[in-house]
Design a protein around this ligand. Structure first.
Ligand code: ADP
Ligand code: ZN
Ligand code: ZN
Length: 731
């Protein structure tokens, strides 16, 4: 009994790995954990990841199947990624096979070879770097190649460009691109290399704190008001790392933030930089992944899933806007990229910087308990002061499409004085719903417990929860009245009101509806940044991390949604949003003003926020969490279930509750099950059970036993269920 056995994670919803015999005639020393292996799986073939080579199996040898083929001579998942993903699979209670598949670029999941670094590709020439893309509006494929290559200063393989060869040939003839092999580390020279700023004292302290501990693990929370020079701190720390030949991985929450950051990094450093986000083609993703893995790219910028990028010579991890909930995956493998970054840094024994103007209460809690070192940048750089806040009480005021007269007056004033105005409303479409003035009928989604949003331009009702849409009827389906009226405001409606009030002023609306097409978001953001559009209106897309140096007034049309949300994080989110949007004002030399419309001008948290700022707000909010024993002062997980039949999710979760009780884990409290706050979504009824514990270990122990039982339960097959550890939202 001295047989070699391969323990393999195969993508499947099962919470376990599978044992196989090695393929015939494969030398055991060719078997590296982290390699892909093709195996027979049920009636199909699948590509799994080798987790370990062992000599023991729970199955008898005679029952073990033989693996078919080893796809990699060298492991595709480095040992640190393998370890992190295994840990995450256990911590978030997600099947190991699916978790490991998440860690791989899609083309590798499908069996494509790891690209050869000597593969031929193309890169921009100096002339290509400077081409004005607007001149290429008649040649969109050429423009696309140029803009893709700008994100790959190292060059990109042919396949990643996805255009016919003649497009590349004509760009080559124009002298804008040139062939290269991806092994060449030469980078197209950077035209506008920016010079580092002389740091102020707080920045210097921050940079020193990190650079003196580059040799080991350390977690730093860099808290700095917007415009205080956080990015400059990252840049100067990275400068030291580049000098040592070490790589930095930078995570950002939004794909929209990457171009801005890429520009800043690539104008500072003439080193290879790779970008990873969901807007890339599969080929581009694979090539960026390869450049990170080979160690060629010294800076890697990416969204959430980039935390799984292998790094040949890791030196630093940075999580920008660490408070942002999009760093947590909300479906499937529900990991937090921020928390994994801290885990990975510890394991790699390198520092990690979490940066934000409005840190999460989780990170502040970790500072309080001395797990993270707090680095604070209290002031804006240069002449720009912090914006001044003003609360506009809109009780009893007539509102014109959501705009009160005091706000309209302030907008007019700023426009008259050469200012730029940014208005924020977290609701796209024309109106949140349509109501019949005669009988009170409202347009409800047939598949959700929600109202349908009226989109006027398309003359459609759309559900923002399930995507259903239908044409707007001209008369009420209940009473045939034609008095159908919009109820409430969306950005489309406010935009119309602005057009009437401020004719001739160039406007720009930025929300999901106006940025659907590729490249549109980047173009809009650029117009906002240059100040060309003087009246900006948008949803939270506008609130995040962008620099609009000319904005002098920020108007928040409705702060009340956040004050009374059902989630225990509603007020934290509202405060972060207000401070983030406000941070867009007055970043240059002109002071900014922030005007907040609300029906609750005396709300204590709102008052605290605007009088004493985010740190004071956060202290109070944390004290409330402590008193209520809510996260981060306790640990929670949600078991969710949904089904088309209303009674099933509750019945299933009742059983789950009984299993939990039977486990006798006294340290875990159970709340529910209860129906979700929007019970029906996309035709499915939803319910949830909340598990809460003072200590993480007890919660983890209970969940580990539980998922194994759930797999076996017959009721589990009648519902869709999931486990969410450290859920970012409670629905
Ligand atoms: P944050 O990331 O905190 O929003 P940035 O790093 O983007 O802040 O800095 C805001 C602006 O101030 C940028 O235009 C940046 O170039 C400039 N800046 C940063 N540090 C300094 C400094 N020490 N002196 C002068 N200007 C600075
Ligand atoms: Zn009616
Ligand atoms: Zn719906």
């Amino acid at each position: 009994m001295n047989q070699t056995i391969l323990r393999i994670a195969v993508p499947s919803p099962l919470y376990r790995s599978f044992d196989y015999l090695p393929p015939a005639s494969v030398a055991t020393n060719a078997l590296q954990p982290g390699s892909r292996i093709r195996v027979p799986f049920g009636r199909r073939k699948a590509i799994g990841i080798l987790i370990e080579v062992t000599r023991q199996s729970e199955l008898e040898h005679a029952r073990l199947k033989r693996a078919l083929e080893i796809l990699d001579a060298e492991a595709v998942l480095s040992s640190d990624i393998l370890a992190m993903t295994q840990w995450a699979s256990a911590y978030y209670h997600h099947p190991i096979g699916e978790a490991l598949a998440t860690a791989l670029p899609i083309l590798l999941r499908r069996g494509r070879d790891v690209p050869d670094a000597r593969e031929p590709g193309w890169r921009l020439t100096q002339a290509g770097v400077q081409v004005d893309l607007d001149t290429l509006s008649r040649a969109p494929r050429q423009a696309m190649v140029i803009s893709r290559l700008r994100a790959h200063p190292l060059g990109a393989p042919r396949a990643a460009l996805e255009v016919p060869a003649e497009v590349l040939r004509s760009l080559g003839k124009k002298g804008w691109i040139e062939p290269c092999t991806l092994e060449d580390a030469k980078v197209a020279a950077v035209s506008d290399a920016s010079t580092p700023h002389t740091l102020n004292a707080a920045q210097q302290t921050a940079v020193d704190a990190v650079t003196t501990s580059l040799k080991g693990f350390g977690a730093f929370l860099l808290e700095g008001v917007t415009g205080s020079g956080k990015t400059e701190v990252y840049l100067q720390v990275i400068d030291t790392l580049i000098g040592q030949g070490h790589q930095t991985l930078v995570l950002v929450p939004e794909i929209g933030l990457t171009p801005q950051l890429v520009k800043r990094f690539s104008s500072r450093f003439a080193v290879p930089l790779a970008v990873l986000h969901s807007g890339l083609s599969d080929g581009e993703r694979l090539s960026a992944w390869q450049q990170a893995r080979s160690g060629k790219a010294l800076i890697i910028i990416g969204t959430r899933s980039a935390i799984f990028t292998p790094l040949a010579r890791p030196g630093l991890l940075v999580v920008d806007e660490e408070h942002d909930s999009s760093l947590k995956q909300q479906e499937g493998f529900r990991y937090s990229a921020r928390d994994l970054a801290v885990w990975r840094a510890r394991q790699l024994d390198i520092p990690v910087i979490l940066g934000s103007a409005t840190p999460s209460l989780e990170s502040l809690f970790n500072v309080k308990h001395q797990r993270y070192q707090h680095l604070v940048l209290p002031n804006r750089t240069g002449a720009a002061g912090l914006p001044s806040y003003e609360i506009l009480d809109i009780r009893k005021l007539p509102l014109e499409h959501g705009l009160g007269n005091p706000l309209l007056k302030r907008i007019a004033h700023h426009l008259d004085h050469d200012g730029q105005v940014l208005l924020f409303l977290n609701r796209r479409g024309y109106a949140p719903t349509l109501v019949c003035h005669d009988c009170g009928w409202v347009a409800e989604c047939p598949r959700c417990d929600a109202r349908m949003t009226w989109h006027q331009r398309e003359q459609q009702l759309r559900c923002h929860h399930c995507g259903s849409q239908r044409p707007v009827a001209t008369s009420c389906p209940e009473c045939q009245s034609t008095e159908l009226r919009p109820l409430g405001q969306g950005t489309e409606r406010v935009e119309q009101a602005l057009a009437e009030h401020f004719p001739g002023v160039e406007r720009l609306r930025i929300d999901r509806d106006t940025t659907r097409r590729k490249g549109e978001l980047a173009r809009h953001l650029e117009q906002a940044r240059t100040g060309q559009a003087r009246l900006l209106l948008g949803t939270q897309m506008l609130a995040k991390g962008h620099h609009f140096p000319k904005v002098t007034l920020v108007g928040i049309l409705n702060a009340d949604q956040g004050l009374f949300g059902t989630d225990f994080r509603s007020s934290e989110r509202m405060a972060q949003l207000i401070v983030q949007v406000a941070g867009r004002a007055g970043r240059h030399d002109r002071p900014g003003q922030v005007a907040i419309q609300t029906h609750h001008p005396d709300h204590p948290l709102l008052q605290l926020l605007i009088r004493q700022g985010y740190p004071a707000f956060a202290r109070a909010a944390l004290a409330e969490r402590e008193a209520a024993r809510l996260p981060p002062c306790s640990h929670i997980a949600l078991v969710r279930a949904e089904a088309t039949q209303q009674s099933l999710p509750m019945a299933f979760l009742e059983q789950v509750r009984q299993h939990c009780e039977a486990a006798g884990e006294t340290g875990v409290e159970l709340w529910g099950p209860i129906p979700a706050s929007m019970e029906r979504r996309a035709g499915r009824f939803r319910a949830q059970l909340l598990l809460q514990a003072a200590r993480r270990a007890e919660l983890q122990q209970l969940l580990s036993g539980l998922v194994r039982q759930l797999e076996q339960m017959k009721e589990a097959r009648q519902v869709r269920w999931s486990v969410d550890v450290d859920p970012a939202d409670m629905f």
